[in-house]
Design a protein. Structure first.
Ligand code: SF4
Length: 498
């Protein structure tokens, strides 16, 4: 029987990247093989994001470009999965009648049944999670049966490319209802997975070759579940994941500042496998805007939290998110965000222009009243301020030696090899090819190295720096960390002095 093929394109956040990996595992078990060619695939899926209008427009444009291939390829199934599928199934079918199925992010385990339905002649097959209950507390919900757990366990246990770093979901959904955000509507209420399942999955990933895991949750630090009659909170979960044999580094995203507790800093300080990096979105430097966004903290509380974190972990590196042009944002509010950037000296920031989302409180009760050119200017000003800070901080690292986990080849090296292959040259990788690695503080380091270094640790002396990247040369051949003798210990897992 000829092989069935699936084209799967992923937009949006790490949750979607993980969902796509799990969906591919599920479809492989149904006899599908992945393809890069959307025009000839038997099944074409777009995993969508609803966080900004721009992301939804991009998804619609990709779906539009599947119309012609579907006309030419009888039997092709076109599907929409992810947040946009959950948010607006009727709108998708109305504007894209060639779409056969939509499936929300909490129902992905039902995809094979939906595909069957379409084969059986159903025109529009749908699976959504709108019935999820919000009445119970996060802890009560964590005890409820979660139909998508099966999906997290459907991961391919075989070793393969790209398994060195793996995502592990620890939590689904969000209860915060920030006034601008659509996620609580698309991903449902917050539910934390049982700790034993997270540990089992981490063990399985370590057995197939993972060295680093990133724990994922919309507000990951709010994690709580019950075990043997007592609550297990995020700090304990971190320590337990870090103790899984074979796992050398643990990261986690993303954090909600209002729920961050000092026991997490303590465990980050004390457990050598925990990265010294926090993604801690603040969204604005103005209390008035934070209140309108329904973020449950003030700027002062956010600064206190960062200062406490740096007391516990002196080399803690922090990234943040900002939204510019939120409803009613004045020049003074914007100046307050610039001041916060100067004060906090983030490693990097992600800046988004406010985009009104259907169903949110901000859309219902406030206006999208900041003109686009002002949003654009404010966006550039925040990025310029951060770039100056990042460039200066990275320049200070010239001359120091950092420990990196080597992730693979740099983009430039990959491009060069692809160009050689396109010219029909068979050259393979060279020792002079640039590798890319990440420090314990999430700084990206590029340096020349060999294929066997990938997946191992290396010490790199920094010789040059930009705002985004450190460049250097390896001063010690790549090496396996020895957990028992405390290599990369809690005392100095980040940068050494020049
Ligand atoms: S914490 Fe706020 S911004 Fe983050 S996912 Fe939840 S509602 Fe959205």
């Amino acid at each position: 029987m000829p092989q069935k093929t699936v084209y799967l394109e992923t937009m949006g956040c790490q949750m979607n990247v993980l969902d796509s990996e799990l969906v591919l595992g599920l479809l492989r078990a149904q006899g599908y093989e992945p393809t890069d060619d959307m025009t000839t695939a038997d099944l074409a899926l777009i995993n969508t994001c609803s966080v900004r209008d721009h992301a939804e427009q991009k998804a619609l444009s990709r779906l539009g470009s599947l119309k012609r291939p579907k006309q030419l390829h009888s039997g092709m199934i076109v599907g929409v999965i992810g947040c946009m599928a959950e948010r607006d199934p009727d709108g998708i079918f109305a504007s894209m009648p060639h779409v056969d199925l939509v499936c929300g992010p909490g129902e992905l385990n039902k995809l094979p049944a939906l595909i069957e339905d379409v084969h059986a002649g159903r025109t529009h097959a749908v699976a959504l999670s709108q019935s999820l209950s919000r009445r119970s507390t996060p802890l009560q919900r964590a005890l409820e049966y979660d139909s998508v757990e099966a999906l997290d366990f459907s991961r391919n246990p075989e070793p393969g490319p790209g398994v060195l770093q793996s995502y592990v979901r620890v939590q689904r959904g969000c209860d915060k209802f920030c006034s601008f955000c659509v996620v609580p509507f698309t991903r449902g209420p917050e539910r934390s997975r049982p700790p034993s399942q997270i540990i089992d999955e981490t063990r399985m990933l370590a057995d197939r070759g993972a060295r680093e895991v990133t724990l994922l949750g919309q507000t990951v630090n709010s994690y709580v579940n019950q075990e043997n009659g007592r609550p297990v909170r995020f700090a304990e979960l971190l320590a337990r994941v870090a103790s899984v044999p074979g796992i050398e580094r643990v990261r986690f995203v993303t954090n909600y500042p209002g729920d961050f507790t000092d026991d997490i800093f303590e465990v980050m300080r004390d457990v050598p496998e925990l990265s010294h990096y926090l993604h801690l979105p603040v969204q604005s430097g103005s209390d008035a805007i934070l209140k309108r966004m329904r973020r449950e903290y003030t700027v002062g509380e956010y600064i206190d939290l960062i200062e406490r974190g740096r007391d516990y972990i002196p080399d803690l590196s922090i990234a943040s998110d900002f939204i510019v042009g939120f409803c009613g944002e004045t020049e003074d509010d914007h100046e307050a965000s610039l001041l916060l950037i100067e004060r906090c000296r983030f490693k990097n920031i992600f800046v988004f222009k406010y985009s009104e989302r259907p169903g949110t409180v901000a859309r219902k009760r406030a206006g999208d009243d900041v003109p686009d050119e002002i949003k654009r200017r404010r966006n550039q000003e925040l990025l310029a301020a951060q770039e100056r800070i990042s460039a200066a901080a990275n320049r200070e690292r010239i001359g120091s030696t950092v420990e990196v986990l080597v992730e693979g080849y740099s983009k430039a090296a990959v491009k060069a090899r692809e160009a050689e292959q396109a010219r029909g040259e068979e050259v393979g990788w060279r020792r002079s090819d640039q590798l890319v690695g990440r420090t314990w503080t999430d700084h990206i380091v590029v340096f020349p190295g060999a294929p066997e270094d990938i997946g191992r640790f290396a010490d790199v002396r920094i010789s040059d720096a930009t705002a985004l990247t450190l460049h250097g040369t390896s001063v010690r051949g790549s090496w396996e960390r020895n957990r028992t003798c405390g290599a990369g210990s809690a005392a100095s897992p980040g940068f050494e002095s020049p």
